[in-house]
Design a protein around this ligand. Structure first.
Ligand SMILES: O=c1[nH]c(=O)c2nc[nH]c2[nH]1
Length: 685
């Protein structure tokens, strides 16, 4: 993939007090997924020049957002419990300690069964990603193998995350407790090594999935365990720590009774070296002023979990006060204390929580000039907490959280168009429909409606699925361009779709293991989903070592398949024709080291790759004679790597969500019926 340029509306968190509205922003994302540059305001008539000044054109990978769409940074969930998702929506009649015993521990204990864990975690992580959370701090259970499975799944889905195994060796039921402090620490160390080896070639700091030390809460850990975990943390300053603090009054009283020597709840963690600048403290509802000062001094961060704090009747965290004190704060869903996996819901309840604080302002002599203390938090602050605030709590403020050059493009494409299908924000006027309103005002309106009425239907995500060959057989998905379709006059009902690939990519190996794959489109204006199950073949250059595999597929193609109709076809001519159809910038993508391989030499090396390729033998290319040899070498190298992907459909599943009632028609291939090759069947949509 080369650089992708986005043009359209962007909303960016600038600070706790302000956010940027850029209705016509031009933004480039490089092949490593990092934002290369941002130009905040480019009018349509300036577009060509703005692109040219950056060395691009409209023909390079260019994505124009539609009217009613905008980009925001992905959400950061600083606190959730993956194994509690199956309990979501239950247990609201309890307060914390009873809720743990009656609802939570029985569910978490089930994750001893690793196959149950794998199945559950797959759908949990998928749901969390779909809700717009691009970075998440996950608690697993106390089980090592199940938590490894959680990390594997998150890693395979490509989410940025911190994953921890709960440490709990006391005050937990006999069926769900670790036998000793030593066993707990050994399993923790094994998990840390395991997670860091998921991407051994990437530096610890840049790995998408990282381990996090997770003493569940002070109550569940003996002094011996906390002391050992403190030693693990001391030896590994970069290791993040997550735990709960001061959520519920009975919990606080019990903690004080278990740690009589500690000055306070926060003091317990501090005593064992677990309160530091990369500690994430969940809840913090009832902190004393001394604790607030200690947390500030240690530069630890707070995860504000308003939905859970309301649901378990814990109280209301004075987040405005913490922010005025200069403490880092992010948002957490805290499922299943909280009953919603979406950070949008945490934003909504953080707003309500701050309004509750504003009804009952407290004397705060330590904040002489309050700005947010006991005030209803404005949208700017709520948006900041969900993005930049969360990033800072996770120690990722230089990598994610805003649309800033140099940061990763962890972003959400939001739509407020009616056809997103969310009645909660129906009827919003787009730029085109509201010509007389200034576009910034318009965008601000979209954004506010999305924050308070939006859900995952408003978050567009995009996709070829194949199966990896490792033990997990995990599906791998990427977006592809279908560049052409061909059909034979002898049987037009059996077309082949043609895409392209670099012959060195993993999908070629994956398709070598199983030629079956599926391609899927969502066609927004028509509200149709097309899913095509297909046999897939790749067509490399004829002298490539993989070409005989394609020749054998051709020779063995059975009657009734699309491929059998193209045995005598000039595939090399087609390959070159499709290569020539692409823009010079796109062609250059085939002239780099193997896609997905480690980028040796960093960005400086990447800058040396050709940005555009022209046919050296085409007089119109005007290649200076001293550059001819290099141009020829590049052209030939790219052509050697360029392969066609052929999709020979086996079945087609069409879901029509525009019709009322919705319909779904499954077309299965019936090769022996010459008059009815595609047999249709109605399915429940
Ligand atoms: O909201 C919470 N959820 C939990 O699972 C938990 N464990 C300790 N303290 C907790 N609080």
């Amino acid at each position: 993939m080369s650089t992708t340029i986005y043009y359209g509306a962007v909303v960016n968190p600038r600070s706790l007090q302000a956010y940027d509205l850029w209705p016509r922003c031009l933004l480039a994302v490089n092949a490593k997924g990092v934002i290369d540059w941002v130009v905040e305001d480019v009018q349509p008539h300036e577009l060509q020049d703005a692109l040219a000044s950056k060395g691009h054109s409209l023909e390079t990978d260019f994505v124009a957002l539609k009217d009613g769409e905008f980009l925001i940074p992905g959400f950061v969930d600083t606190h959730t419990h993956a194994p509690q998702v199956p309990n979501m929506g239950t247990g609201g009649q309890y307060q914390l300690l009873d809720w743990l015993q009656n609802v939570t521990f029985p569910m978490e204990a089930k994750f001893k069964d690793v196959s149950f864990a794998k199945t559950t975690y797959e759908s949990v992580v998928r749901r969390i990603i779909d809700s717009g959370t691009t970075t998440c701090c996950y608690y697993g259970t106390l089980h090592l193998e199940a938590t490894k499975a959680l990390a594997d799944i998150i890693h395979s889905f490509g989410q940025r995350a911190f994953v921890g195994k709960c440490n709990m060796n006391r005050e937990s039921p006999a069926y769900y407790v670790e036998p000793t402090a030593a066993a707990s620490v050994d399993a923790t160390k094994e998990l840390i090594n395991y997670i860091r080896n998921l991407s051994p070639a990437v530096s610890k700091e840049e790995q998408l999935v990282q381990p996090i030390l997770t003493p569940r809460f002070a109550i569940s850990c003996t002094d011996e365990l906390l002391e050992s975990l403190g030693n693990v943390a001391k030896a590994d300053p970069q290791l993040r720590i997550q735990t709960h603090i001061s959520e519920n009054l009975s919990e606080i009283a019990f903690t004080k009774s278990l740690f009589p020597k500690a000055s306070s709840y926060a003091g317990v963690y501090d005593m064992f070296g677990l309160l530091r600048d990369n500690t994430v403290l969940a809840h913090a509802v009832h902190l004393s002023e001394d604790e607030v000062n200690l947390i500030k001094e240690r530069k630890a961060g707070i995860s504000h979990c308003p939905t859970s704090n309301f649901n378990l009747s814990s109280g209301v965290a004075p987040v405005g006060y913490y922010l005025d004190k200069g403490i880092k704060v992010g948002l957490g869903t805290d499922v299943s204390g909280g009953f919603n996996i979406s950070i949008l819901n945490a934003i909504q309840n953080a707003s309500i929580a701050s309004k509750v604080c504003s009804f009952n302002p407290k004397e705060r002599p330590d904040v002489p000039a309050p700005v947010l203390t006991d005030k209803a938090l404005p949208i700017a602050t709520l948006f900041y907490l969900a993005t930049m605030g969360g990033a800072s709590v996770c120690g990722l403020e230089d990598q994610i959280g805003s649309m800033t050059a140099g940061k990763s493009f962890d972003a959400l494409l939001v739509t407020v168009q009616n056809n997103a299908g969310n009645p909660g924000i129906w009827g919003i006027e787009t730029f085109e429909q509201a010509e007389d309103v200034e576009s910034k005002v318009q965008l601000d309106g979209w954004f506010e409606r999305f924050l308070f009425g939006g859900d995952d239907r408003n978050i567009r995500v995009a996709q070829l699925a194949t199966t990896d060959s490792n033990a997990l057989h995990r599906p791998r998905v990427r977006s592809i361009i279908v560049r052409a379709a061909i059909s034979s006059p002898s049987n037009p009902q059996l077309p082949l779709l043609i895409g392209s690939t670099d012959i060195r990519t993993p999908k070629v190996t994956q398709l070598g293991n199983s030629s079956k794959a599926e391609i899927s489109w969502w066609v927004d204006p028509a509200q149709h989903q097309f899913r095509i199950g297909a046999d897939v073949y790749w067509v490399p250059q004829p002298d490539h070592e993989l070409y005989p595999k394609f020749s054998a597929s051709l020779a063995n193609a059975k009657d009734g398949t699309g491929l059998a109709l193209f045995k005598a076809y000039d595939w090399e001519a087609k390959r070159i024709e499709i290569f020539r159809m692409m823009s010079p910038g796109m062609k250059a993508a085939w002239c780099r080291p193997p896609p997905g391989s480690k980028l040796e030499g960093g960005e400086e090396e990447a800058k040396k790759w050709p940005a555009q390729l022209f046919d050296p033998d085409d007089p119109e290319s005007n290649i200076p004679s001293d550059q001819y040899e290099e141009a020829k070498r590049n052209w030939n190298f790219a052509l050697k790597n360029f392969a066609l992907l052929l999709f020979d459909p086996i079945d087609i599943d069409v879901v029509d969500l525009a019709s009322r009632p919705n319909t779904r028609i499954f077309h299965a291939k019936n090769p022996n019926e010459h008059n009815e090759i595609w047999k249709q069947e109605d399915l429940v949509p």
